[in-house]
Design a protein around this ligand. Structure first.
Ligand code: SAH
Length: 348
């Protein structure tokens, strides 16, 4: 069975031609599933009965099932979705003033093992298929539809390392960005990596206008080595070279994400080092208030420390923002809902 939500247009066109169909069939199918939101092939009235039968036989439009849904007072929605093989993944929706941003997962579990992150509590089981990443957006859109809304922004910042599932994430981007599919503007799509250098270089060459965020979280190798094992594979210098290559090749700036962890990376000394480190790039810095995770002992930086860090960066010409927080009353930290579900099952 081929899941239609997993086919980007040029691949679907090739599939159609292979089956003796005209190329335009692919666009026709795209229109039916994304624009007209058809959930079965039988609804596709301008497709011949014979071909509809073929579609019913060889293709499907299966979506992940909503296993759990949490909704926060601030409008944040967190879903635990069940995949066809029983694996569960998380998806979150954050209602910003400028639109509805969905945070999608790219893998079942994660192998990057960042010390502060709840996602890595459960090791990677497998990559998500393209249709399973697209499916997260479709399912969220169905929920939002009831309020007359839809997903307008996408961040690939859920569980998993997107550049460890590179090709599927790229196909996902091509689908959601396509004008005949979800038509989400490239500048409304962001991919976040913990710093897989070959992935950053490849992404630079895609010719995309999408955004790139890099989880930096430290101003030097020493601190980064302590909290992000990936740092042992790719030194800071290599990472910065890749960032500069990306800026030059893609013509876009990156955003450095920097979680503020008390007594780990939040001193003014760190701010000073950070300014030096990213000098020569055009990068923004996004300071992230830490979302505490039960299973580790990291503590979020006090507001005062965040403010001083922020002021130091701004004063030294680094464009900085502090991330708005959502869903404090639900399990909104990355991987928290899924990990909880998993451990609860073990207890019983
Ligand atoms: N693997 C990718 C994308 C998933 S993580 C990456 O590392 O970028 C998305 C972002 O959330 C990363 O910046 C990650 O470091 C951050 N993050 C993880 N756990 C967090 C927590 N408990 N509180 C705040 N941010 C967290």
């Amino acid at each position: 069975m081929i899941n239609l939500y997993g086919q980007e247009l040029s691949k679907l066109e090739a599939l159609m031609v292979e089956r003796g169909q005209k190329k335009y069939r692919a666009t026709q199918l795209f229109t039916w599933i994304y624009e007209k939101k058809a959930s079965s092939f039988d609804e596709m009235s301008d497709v011949s009965k014979v071909f509809r039968e073929e579609l019913n036989r060889d293709f499907c439009l299966n979506l992940p099932i909503v296993y759990k849904k949490q909704e926060s007072k601030d409008g944040t929605i967190k879903l635990l979705l069940e995949l066809e093989d029983g694996n569960k993944i998380e998806t979150a929706l954050m209602p910003y003033r400028y639109g509805n941003a969905i945070c999608v997962s790219s893998q079942v579990g994660c192998n990057m093992a960042c010390a502060f992150c709840a996602s890595g509590l459960l090791k990677k089981k497998r990559n998500l298929e393209v249709h399973e990443i697209v499916g997260q957006v479709i399912v969220m859109n169905k929920i939002l539809e009831e309020k007359g809304e839809h997903v307008s922004h996408i961040v690939v910042m859920g569980t998993g390392e997107p550049f460890d599932n590179y090709e599927n994430v790229m196909d996902f981007i091509r689908i959601v960005n396509h004008p005949k599919a979800l038509a989400i503007g490239a500048r409304h799509i962001s991919v976040s990596t913990c710093g897989l250098v070959p992935g950053i270089r490849k992404y630079a060459e895609e010719g995309l206008q999408t955004n790139l965020a890099i989880s930096l979280h430290a101003p030097n190798d020493e601190i980064r080595n302590k909290i992000m094992p990936i740092s042992k594979g790719y030194k800071m210098e290599e990472l910065m070279d890749a960032v500069k290559y990306y800026e030059k090749t893609a013509g876009r700036r990156v955003t450095f994400e920097y979680i503020m962890l008390k007594d780990v990376n939040d001193s003014l000394e760190c701010a000073k080092e950070l300014v030096k480190l990213i000098k020569g790039t055009l990068a923004y810095v996004n300071l992230i208030p830490y979302n505490p995770v039960d299973e580790n002992s990291f503590v979020r930086s006090p507001d005062k420390a965040v403010h001083e860090f922020f002021s130091y960066l701004m004063k030294h010409g680094v464009n900085t923002t502090v991330r708005k927080e959502f869903g404090n009353d639900i399990d909104a930290a990355c991987g928290q809902l899924r990990a909880k579900e998993h451990y609860e099952k073990q207890k019983h």
